[in-house]
Write a protein that binds this ligand. Structure first.
Ligand SMILES: NC(=O)c1ccc[n+]([C@@H]2O[C@H](COP(=O)([O-])OP(=O)(O)OC[C@H]3O[C@@H](n4cnc5c(N)ncnc54)[C@H](O)[C@@H]3O)[C@@H](O)[C@H]2O)c1
Length: 387
């Protein structure tokens, strides 16, 4: 194979950009050969702009067409694992939009299908291409910060209006989307949080549902997490605040990193605070530190096109994946734990079998009072692949 033939499934907000990048040859050695959407109008747009691309209203036909080595799934979230599993069974590699699924039980089935197929499996975690997050991760994982103590991420600049939520029938409903800010806007941050700082052992969270919008899912979240090594985190997100904040602060025994407004600042301690605390004879001691600007050149990096290129290179040349699809389960586990903790009003172990969350989700779908045209179809589908 000297070029990867891509099919894009779901040509909405995000899929349209993917079609443009692939269709205009902006990803080296990748070609767009097929597109699929259940809305004929989206396929009319593809035909008008990319005449050679085969168009399908049913994704099964695209998978059976023999035209694709890989698919990029950009449909509403519930479909990601469903379409992904079908693709792997047909011998087609999968690049999934985030989140990789709505609940861990289903994502585990997708991972099993990927493993069985031996095919490439990636996830569109475009923010992992940012040189800033890569640098923060490098420092944290190298041990330079010493013993990790705390991570606080206030990520409240995901402002969305009611018009946004009303723009698609599936949006912000239990049946159509399965969650709110945790599944749509904050997946990038949930992923980066665990990519940089690791997975917590347990979570206590407070999600508010429809607090700032006329929606049934969560649009405001405050979560507290504890780790095996004694470190803690606070993660705060919302779509109902303006102007929001995006401030990531990580503290260890050797210093502190703050990333805000595109700038990384590193307070590097001259001695380890843990050692100093017990060695110093001064009750009100201070520790010398340097302030280092760790901001990297290259801004936010190549983002979506970077992931597309890496996935293509992975298939053609074995380049390691920057975002392996299997790692997508961590973000889903975090989001599921935050919602379950809210519903139970209790702590939740993050590593669990997923059954309890799934049962709660099914109840939410069954008792959903929001009836939007087209949403029932996804709810039925969700029920049918249940166990
Ligand atoms: N990585 C990112 O930065 C990013 C940004 C936006 C959206 N997304 C993700 O992309 C996905 C789509 O979001 P969006 O905002 O583009 O939504 P959207 O509603 O604008 O687009 C979804 C498209 O999928 C189509 N569709 C629905 N069911 C389908 C099916 N079974 N087969 C084929 N097509 C189907 C719809 O007709 C629609 O055109 C979501 O999972 C979202 O989280 C990722």
């Amino acid at each position: 194979m000297d070029k990867v033939r891509f099919g894009v499934i779901g040509i909405g907000n995000m899929g349209t950009s993917h079609v443009n990048w692939l269709g205009k040859g902006e990803v080296k050695d990748a070609v767009l050969t097929a597109a699929c959407d259940i809305k004929p109008s989206r396929l009319d747009w593809v035909r008008a702009n990319f005449g050679d691309v085969a168009c399908f209203e049913d994704y099964h036909q695209l998978l059976d067409s023999g035209l694709c080595d890989a698919i990029l799934i950009a449909t509403p979230h519930y479909y990601h694992p469903i379409i992904g599993i079908d693709a792997f069974k047909k011998g087609i590699a999968v690049l999934s939009e985030k989140p990789v699924g709505v609940y861990v039980k289903k994502v585990r089935e997708l991972i099993a299908a990927a493993d069985e197929s031996g095919l490439a499996f990636g996830i569109m975690y475009n923010q992992r291409t940012s040189p800033q997050y890569q640098k923060i991760r490098e420092i944290v994982q190298s041990g330079e910060l010493g013993q990790l103590k705390r991570c606080v991420w206030i990520i409240t600049d995901w402002y969305r209006t009611q018009a946004y939520y009303d723009s698609g029938a599936w949006r912000a409903t239990w049946a159509g989307e399965g969650g709110g800010v945790l599944l749509n806007q904050a997946p990038h941050n949930l992923d980066l949080w665990q990519w940089i700082f690791g997975m917590p052992k347990k979570i206590r969270a407070f999600c508010a549902f429809g607090k700032y919008h006329n929606i049934e899912v969560e649009d405001d979240v405050t979560a507290y997490a504890e780790y095996e090594n004694g470190a803690t985190s606070v993660f705060i997100t919302t779509t109902g605040e303006y102007p929001g904040t995006n401030r990531l602060e990580i503290t260890g025994s050797r210093g502190k990193i703050v990333y805000e407004n595109g700038k990384i600042t590193y307070w590097k301690l001259a001695v380890d605070e843990r050692e100093n605390t017990f060695k110093s004879d001064k009750g009100f001691d201070r520790i010398d530190y340097e302030i280092i600007d760790l901001t990297q050149p290259g801004g936010g990096g190549p983002q979506h096109k970077g992931i597309l290129q890496n996935f293509t290179n992975h298939i053609l040349h074995g380049e390691p994946l920057l975002a392996d699809g299997r790692e997508g389960i961590n973000m889903v586990a975090l989001a599921n734990a935050m919602m379950l903790s809210t519903w139970k009003n209790d702590w939740v172990e993050v590593d669990n079998d997923g059954e309890e969350f799934y049962q709660h989700l099914r109840e939410k779908i069954a008792t959903s009072t929001v009836k939007k045209e087209g949403v029932e179809a996804v709810a039925d589908l969700t029920d049918s692949f249940g166990t």
